[in-house]
Design a binder for this molecule. Structure first.
Ligand code: HEC
Ligand code: HEC
Length: 222
């Protein structure tokens, strides 16, 4: 279970997150609401100098996120997701969902509201370039069972190495508590993005034992 975050910490983190505008960069988009993040990401990736500047900005933003998501996006808490090595498009989509309230997490929603569009792009550039730390498997028979579930039910979309693609989340090496929480949400969602996701039918077909096994396997993929 995710521990409740003390109000004082939340306030302090939100204050820290209100990063100072960088005045000497006219090419930075300050507006948040009307910037299409996926178009902005492509624009930035086509401009190496801007990309480097926003990467540095992202590293600064990550100084706030590391309290929960860990150094370089490798979380130390099994219930909080790694951001390291995650797909840029997937990260941006999650930020959009938090910002529009379609994905609910009180703290993340507040945090995202205080970030401008280029801080979001910078954060995505930074985290997607970080390596995920490998957590070796401990329960090998369970991992074998999970491997069988994965090959049959997950591989077609998430890929042989769990790395996903532009539209599909990277799940390789993801935190086990978070994987379980997300699979349970897909299994039980009544409405919203999770209920409508292309992976929901697959998730609904999993037994509790399948979930336990596939989580053990996926979290140990290097
Ligand atoms: C106080 C702890 C905390 C802090 C600080 C924090 N997060 Fe989070 N974040 C979470 C939790 C918990 C979740 C999982 C929410 C859920 O269960 O849906 C999450 C989820 C996310 C996700 C979705 C990941 C996925 O795999 O779907 C993104 C992206 C994210 N956070 C980005 C950030 C960024 C960027 C920052 C810093 C600006 C940040 N977070 C700071 C706790 C935190
Ligand atoms: C039909 C394609 C498809 C299949 C099959 C599929 N997934 Fe997914 N999965 C996705 C997509 C796309 C996403 C990104 C979010 C979304 O659109 O729902 C996702 C997201 C996830 C997430 C959330 C990741 C995060 O960081 O929040 C987990 C966990 C996950 N999948 C695990 C699995 C497992 C385990 C299996 C096999 C039992 C599986 N998926 C089968 C397409 C699929």
């Amino acid at each position: 279970m995710v521990k409740r975050i003390p109000v004082a910490l939340t306030t302090a983190l939100l204050a820290m997150c209100a990063l100072q505008p960088v005045a000497a960069q006219p090419s930075r988009a300050r507006a948040t609401a009307d910037v299409d993040l996926s178009i902005r990401l492509k624009e930035v990736q086509a401009n190496p100098t801007l990309e480097q500047n926003l990467f540095k900005l992202g590293r600064k933003v990550a100084g706030v996120c590391l309290h929960c998501h860990g150094e370089g996006g490798n979380s130390m808490n099994p219930d909080i997701p790694n951001l390291a090595g995650q797909n840029p498009a997937y990260l941006l989509e999650q930020l959009r969902l938090f910002a529009t309230g379609q994905r609910r997490n009180e703290f993340m929603e507040g945090m995202i509201k205080s970030m401008d569009s280029d801080e979001k792009i910078g954060m995505v550039l930074f985290y997607s370039a970080q390596a995920v730390k490998h957590k070796p498997a401990t329960n090998l028979p369970l991992v074998d069972k999970g491997n069988a579930v994965y090959q049959k039910q997950c591989l077609t979309c998430h890929g042989a190495n769990g790395l996903g693609n532009e539209k599909i989340a990277r799940i390789a090496g993801q935190q086990p508590g978070y994987l379980r929480k997300m699979l349970d949400r897909y299994r039980t969602a009544q409405s919203g993005p999770l209920a409508q996701s292309i992976m929901t039918p697959t998730a609904r077909g999993l037994s509790d034992a399948d979930v336990q096994a596939v989580v053990a396997f996926v979290s140990a993929i290097p």
